[in-house]
Ligand binder design. Structure first.
Ligand code: HC1
Ligand code: SF4
Ligand code: SF4
Length: 572
């Protein structure tokens, strides 16, 4: 243990503890800006300075040493922090009232907590570049504070390296190489850079106006569906505790916004299990295109297209659940309701910005109609609810509409890493056993380890080796192990975002300070697993509306009709 003194209090910490961490353990809250736990601890912004002897040091990057005398609250410290923030503000497009991150911006909060009332230094400004060519992400150089949180997230967590520090000196800018557009580089659109950004320099491409226009257009029939992960996080935008499950209130809010039908993407998550489970059984029997890789995450699909194109045939041919639902709404549902599918507008509420890119893909359209017309993130939905003044917290709980409103617990757990694999196991086991099985929870694929392998003995005597990975850095590791022949798997689930969709690029943004002491992935995952447990039906093939859909429209899993509407193929 290391003995030290902080503001006159003696204490001790294990070797290797930063001053920042040591201070927090004693209830001293040192402000930070560029620091992001596990991602960025360069100490470059110097907001977290403290006095050690005659020097000011960055507390997030300097380790406590034996006998250290640390002072966190001196005039020198307070003045230094103020100067740092004033300098940042002097080259910042200060338009808080109209900024997308107003009230959620870490720089704004810091300015307020440091009691900064004026900015003494005004000088040269960063070159203004508004890159809005990407279908998912907008980048505004005038808001960027060069903290590097996004750069390190993209490089270290996602292993994509789509953005970096470019140009030199004062002209330094965070952008893709050669200051290209995000749309012109190997960006996967995962949006993890957005949730890492402390300010409004990176944000989702909004579609709120287009959706309002559709809702107010009398000839349009506007259908909305919500992804599994939305219910675990939407409440946060209205001050509810992190990880509060708000399924019923979310449905009620969507009805009050004016959507004609409120459907659940979880329904087609169940359908995906029927289609992908059948595909898995077929591939295991034929031995072709193994390992089977999940295809529901568009960030992962784009990653494999860019970095491992020769493995595209290993992807499941299933469209992602919300795309399946979009295709069914414009076919099966339109026929049932006698509506011209050209008058239907499909809106998906997703925890994801890559879904914006996905919904515009040519492979996901039929007869010149996109399966899904607009994707809104959880954050955009919250903005719409606030815009019309709905009292979200006090809304009653309402149920989804049918025929796409009923789902099993297996559909819900898609929202968290390991969920697709577990849902598949629940169904594949029973199909192969030919009888009902008591096992529902397959804990072997759960958890937050980046790469989780499992050997699973199936009832027909076969053993499958599966692996679950989340975060594209982990995905790359898995792919390299396969390429080198070090590992052989039959089934692979990959989600681009660390934690899975619960912490997708479109979810409510959690500030770095909260992340220091809490794992938001676990908090939201708990909401998902609680909903699964509360369901009477927890296996996809038990969903009565799925059975009915096969009877009335699709025939059987992997039928010709299924292929027409629910499957696709990505080629590069
Ligand atoms: Fe996901 Fe999916 S789980 S991809 O993470 O397969 O976005 O929530 O909707 O489509 O179901 C996202 C979440 C979501 C699809 C499903
Ligand atoms: Fe990198 Fe993902 Fe951001 Fe693209 S969206 S720049 S891949 S973190
Ligand atoms: Fe989108 Fe989920 Fe994939 Fe993240 S993990 S890119 S939120 S689908």
């Amino acid at each position: 243990m290391i003995k030290f003194t902080i503001d006159g209090i003696s204490s001790e910490v294990p070797n290797g503890t930063t001053i920042l961490k040591a201070a927090r353990s004693l209830g001293k809250h040192i402000p930070t800006l560029c620091h992001l736990k596990g991602v960025n601890n360069s100490g470059s912004c110097r907001v977290c300075v403290v006095e050690v002897g005659p020097k000011l040091v960055s507390s997030c990057s300097v380790l406590v040493e034996d006998g250290m005398n640390i002072k966190t609250n001196t005039t020198k410290v307070r003045e230094a922090r103020k100067t740092v923030v004033q300098l940042i503000l002097s080259d910042h497009k200060r338009e808080c009232t109209t900024c997308i991150r107003n009230e959620g911006c870490e720089l704004q909060a810091l300015t307020s907590s440091l009691n900064i009332r004026d900015i003494e230094y005004e000088g040269k400004k960063t070159k203004a570049i508004l890159d809005s060519l990407s279908p998912s992400i907008t980048r505004d150089s005038e808001k960027c504070i060069l903290c590097g949180r996004c750069v390190n997230t993209c490089a270290k967590v996602q292993s994509v390296h789509a953005i970096g520090f470019n140009e030199r000196g004062f002209d330094t800018i965070v952008s893709p190489a050669y200051v290209k557009s995000l749309d012109d580089v190997f960006c996967t659109n995962c949006g993890q850079c957005i949730v890492a950004c402390p300010v409004g320099a990176l944000y989702e491409k909004e579609s709120i106006d287009e959706v309002w226009r559709a809702i107010s257009s009398p000839e349009k029939y506007v259908v909305v569906q919500t992804a599994p992960a939305i219910r675990s996080a939407l409440g946060e935008e209205f001050g509810m505790a992190k990880g509060t499950r708000v399924t019923g209130k979310m449905v009620a809010a969507l009805r009050r916004l004016g959507f004609d039908k409120v459907f659940d993407t979880d329904f087609t998550a169940d359908l995906t299990i029927m289609e992908e489970g059948t595909e898995l059984i077929n591939r295991l029997q034929s031995g072709e295109n193994l390992p089977l890789m999940t295809s529901c995450c568009p960030g992962w699909v784009k990653f494999i297209e860019h970095f491992y194109p020769d493995m595209l045939n290993n992807l499941s041919t299933c469209k992602s659940p919300h795309q399946m639902e979009g295709a069914l709404i414009k076919s099966y549902f339109a026929q049932k309701m006698s509506i011209d599918p050209r008058n239907i507008i499909n809106v998906s509420i997703m925890p994801c910005v890559a879904k914006k890119f996905e919904s515009a893909r040519e492979e996901l359209s039929m007869e010149a109609m996109q399966d899904v017309d607009y994707v809104l993130t959880t954050r955009e939905l919250a903005r719409m609810i606030k815009e019309v003044g709905i009292d979200f917290v006090n809304l009653p709980e309402e149920d989804f509409d049918n025929p796409f409103g009923e789902s099993t617990g297996a559909g819900v757990i898609f929202g968290v890493t390991g969920g697709v694999a577990e849902a598949a196991l629940r169904t594949v086991f029973e199909i192969l056993a030919g009888k009902e099985l008591e096992t529902v929870d397959y804990n072997i694929v759960r958890g937050m380890e980046g790469i989780r392998e499992a050997q699973i003995d199936l009832p027909n005597g076969l053993t499958i080796t599966s692996v679950v990975a989340h975060g594209l850095g982990n995905a790359r590791e898995v792919m390299e192990m396969i390429k080198s022949g070090e590992k052989e798997y039959q089934f692979i689930e990959i989600m681009a975002c660390p934690g899975g969709c619960v912490t997708g690029g479109g979810q409510p943004i959690i500030n770095a300070d909260y992340k220091m002491d809490n794992d938001i992935r676990l908090q939201r995952a708990k909401a998902i697993y609680d909903e699964d447990e509360a369901k009477v039906l927890r296996k996809s093939h038990k969903n009565p509306y799925i059975t009915r859909l096969y009877e009335e429209f699709l025939g059987e899993p992997n039928s010709e009709t299924s292929y027409k509407y629910l499957h696709t193929h990505y080629v590069k």
